[in-house]
Design a protein around this ligand. Sequence first.
Ligand code: GUN
Length: 264
Amino acid sequence: PHLSAILVGADGASETYVASKIKNCKEVGFESSLFRFPDTVTEAELLDKINSINNDSSIDGLLVQLPLPKHISVQRITETISPEKDVDGFHPLNQGRMVQNLPCYLPATPYGIMLMLEHEGITTAGKHCVVIGRSNIVGMPMSILMSRNADPGNATVTLCHSRSTDLSAITRTADILIAAIGKPRFVTSDMVKEGAVVIDVGIIRIEDSSTKSGYRITGDVDFENVAPKCSYISPVPGGVGLMTIVGLLKNTLRAAKGEVKFSF
Ligand code: GUN
């Protein structure tokens, strides 16, 4: 399997994510290639590169690391990637198939979370799953996957967002709480039901002069105070971030096997 990544600009977090994806490809014996562009790159140049990768039969999977500079349309980039190489699962054809429970690439983070639930043998059927955050990358697909007629899945899902009123009253009813908001330690212990399963999707850099890099990574959940109430909780770092890579690698393997076809 061969994964290609396109990285635009020099955003510190994006650099770290892409480096980790490339390193993990090497670890499992996949080929990888990284194409870097300055943040002054034009949209036309990026689209050209994507088209040439689409037509390169030696490359199985392609991701364009987000965010992109403002002058580039994420929609145009996402829709130009061949859906058969779209191992991020962001193309509307993949997202549409996901909604209908048809063969597709699932977005890596929600896919990784489903694998995590499966691996731990956590029952989701009939449970109340509350997702906080409705992004196209995590919250929205997560709510779809948890409500699908599948295992894991079959949960009753509530999708909360910035306009939800009395968020705590909703989260306190969650058997499974998935936080994907990007606000450090936003979920506090008073928001969590005793015995809940808590999954923390946040990866936020906060300044910390005591570390070599000058920052440390924290999640969306106030881990120390929430953990004692939980039956399961995923840590940050070392939780969902790792599973995202697993989801991406599994998608890349499926792409190499030609498992998702869009032309009949
Ligand atoms: N930026 C934040 N998460 C992701 C991801 O899963 N894929 C890509 N391409 N960019 C991201």
